[in-house]
Design a protein around this ligand. Structure first.
Ligand code: MTE
Length: 321
């Protein structure tokens, strides 16, 4: 079992520098396709994006484009939706794009349970009531030391959680992705201990920066980005932002998380972006913004220090990584 899990972390780590190879392969395939080098249409390697559906009445709030520093530009749509980690559809960066197109994300319900007075279910329609949707342009920092800037559409996670009236025992919140190997073929391989699991402390979950995202670029969430609903916690490494959520549970004890189960020395529960705490196999001090040549310095808490540092006052963040 342990060896199996180690392997999963190796996959994640080995892909740190793969963006150049990835782009070269993509360019080659595109050119080959354009040149018509004898490939039948059905075998063309670049499937068309699934139909793109705009979301109505998305509000622009303080977290939209205007909140970004000068040098933070929104990444291209093709990078955001074509270079992904979503192991339920394969471990390569292009796999989610290529393998998730037929996934049918609706109807969808999230079950909310555990230490709360009103356990129940929440449907995708409940989450997309137009007056609630907000655009949030967030920096996104992957643990593999690459980053992007992404215009998510979502709603406050805290507002959703409060509807279920968490009790005093609700110290943590856990999240689970759908487990359905027929619909998510990557789950047929034991690269992780399925279903994908994540967790937050209750105050992190209630923080105004934490959202449930249902779209990107003003449109319904593409399957490869975690349709129909995923978490987005911008001051933590990207793997905390679990995709295609079907269960949320309030609990007293710290939840198990997939990457921590896979390699606890490498992936802690908190996983706050911290340039001072190296991953055992690489430094986290710098990052490559997808689309740029030179590396950038990684800011503490991914640039959200002012908003979130108080959550960790008095904690040794080298120990609680
Ligand atoms: N959620 C699930 N269910 N499965 C995954 O493999 N990958 C995580 C996170 N959420 C993952 C997941 C990782 S490692 C990253 S970096 C982000 O999703 C990627 O999000 P993006 O594809 O929208 O960029």
């Amino acid at each position: 079992m342990l060896i199996k899990y180690r392997k999963a972390s190796d996959i994640l780590g080995s892909e740190i520098t793969s963006k150049t190879d990835f782009d070269n392969r993509r360019k080659f395939l595109k050119t080959a396709a354009l040149a018509g080098v004898g490939m039948a249409a059905s075998t063309l390697p670049m499937p068309a994006f699934a139909a793109r559906t705009p979301l109505a009445n998305v509000q622009k709030t303080q977290w939209n484009t205007a909140s970004l520093p000068e040098n933070d530009k929104i990444n291209d749509y093709d990078d955001v939706t074509g270079y992904n980690n979503f192991y339920e559809f394969g471990t390569g960066k292009r796999d989610p794009y290529e393998n998730a197109q037929d996934f049918e994300p609706t109807p969808w319900e999230i079950s909310v349970e555990g230490a709360c007075r009103k356990p129940g279910k929440i449907s995708f329609e409940d989450l997309t009531k137009p007056h609630m949707l907000e655009e949030r342009v967030y920096r996104f920092r992957c643990v593999e030391a690459w980053s992007m800037v992404i215009p998510w559409v979502g709603i406050s996670l805290g507002d959703v959680l409060k509807r279920f009236e968490p009790t005093e025992d609700a110290k943590y919140v856990s999240f689970e992705t759908l487990f359905d190997p027929e619909r998510m073929p990557g789950q047929k391989r034991a690269v992780l201990n399925w279903p994908y699991k994540e967790g937050l402390r209750i105050d992190e979950a209630m923080h105004p920066l934490s959202i449930l995202a249902v779209g990107v670029f003003g449109e319904v969430m593409p399957n490869q980005n975690g349709a129909p609903v995923r978490l987005m916690v911008p001051w933590k490494y990207g793997f905390k932002s679990i995709k295609s959520i079907v269960r949320i549970k309030f609990q007293k004890s710290m939840p198990a998380t997939s990457w921590n189960e896979s390699a606890s020395r490498e992936y802690g529960f908190y996983s706050n972006v911290n340039p001072l705490k190296s991953h055992p196999r690489w430094s986290q001090a710098k990052e490559r913004r997808i689309g740029e040549i030179f590396k950038r310095e990684t800011p503490m808490f991914n640039g959200y220090e002012e908003e979130v540092a108080h959550l960790y006052e008095g904690m040794d963040l080298t120990r609680w990584f």
